[in-house]
Design a protein around this ligand. Structure first.
Ligand code: FES
Length: 253
């Protein structure tokens, strides 16, 4: 209880302060130069990637080439495995945009790796639906199987582990993403099998590991059982045109 005779400094010191817990995987938003990531380290896109970027830029009107920034960052990441600051500068130059705009994009999305995260970047979702479906135990299992802590790299640099917010597959929680592949409906055994397969050079089948084809109920599909209607279904005759034959009515299964 607050005692009125107590000096104010003591009262303040006795108070507990709570802050949002820091996740080790949180990337520092501010760039700090390191030996392998500073503006002096040269970066060039490969010839094939330059052609890809040129083709993507063609999709946008003249003067709006900066709209290709997300693609250019993705291409840089696929070339290097991560996006160094010199790659961001190169992208700014290619797309005639301020460097700051490229930094903004690269620091906003967790899919941009701003440092080397191993051959396989494992991201475990910890948002509420995944948490309620056991993401804590999934994370612990990944740590054990990869011998890697959150925010770190395994000793052989094969795995990098991070925790992330919702990956957009909540209905198949718990979810873990390895590079581009989603692994869903996970249990402890699945995690060990997936990591072991990756260690042996294989690519485990992605998607739900429970046997579901997609996100239908575990007891099987209960809706949308009929074949979907063909194109033109329910359209006015005038819109279909006289020369086009009317689409057939959809059949029940
Ligand atoms: S909460 Fe994990 S995928 Fe949405």
């Amino acid at each position: 209880m607050f005692n009125k005779t107590q000096p104010l400094t003591q009262v303040i010191c006795a108070r507990k302060f709570f802050t949002t817990p820091k996740l080790i995987s949180d990337e520092l938003v501010v760039h700090r130069d390191t030996n392998d990531n500073n503006p002096e380290v040269p970066f060039q896109f490969t010839e094939a990637n330059m052609m890809r970027i040129a083709a993507i830029i063609q999709n946008y009107p003249k003067g709006a080439q900066r709209a290709a920034v997300s693609f250019a960052i993705d291409i840089a990441q696929r070339q290097m495995g991560w996006v160094p600051i010199s790659a961001m500068h190169k992208i700014a130059e290619l797309l005639s945009m301020p460097r700051m705009r490229v930094y903004e994009w690269a620091t906003f999305y967790t899919m941009t790796r701003r440092r080397f995260r191993g051959k396989f970047h494992v991201k475990v979702c910890k948002t509420t639906p995944c948490m309620l479906r056991g993401s804590d135990i999934i994370l612990q299992t990944v740590e054990e199987a990869t011998n890697c802590t959150v925010g770190g790299l395994s000793e052989d640099k094969m795995f990098g582990l991070d925790v992330v917010e919702c990956q957009g597959a909540c209905v198949n929680a718990p979810v873990m993403v390895v590079n581009d592949d989603y692994y869903e409906d996970l249990n402890v055994c699945d995690v060990y099998n997936i990591i072991q397969t990756l260690k042996c050079g294989g690519i485990p089948p992605w998607g739900p590991q429970s046997g579901r084809a997609s996100c239908e109920p575990h007891c099987g599909q209960m809706s949308l059982l009929e074949m979907p209607p063909p194109p033109g279904f329910m359209m006015q005759d005038a819109l279909i045109g006289s020369e086009v034959s009317k689409p057939p009515k959809p059949k029940s299964k």
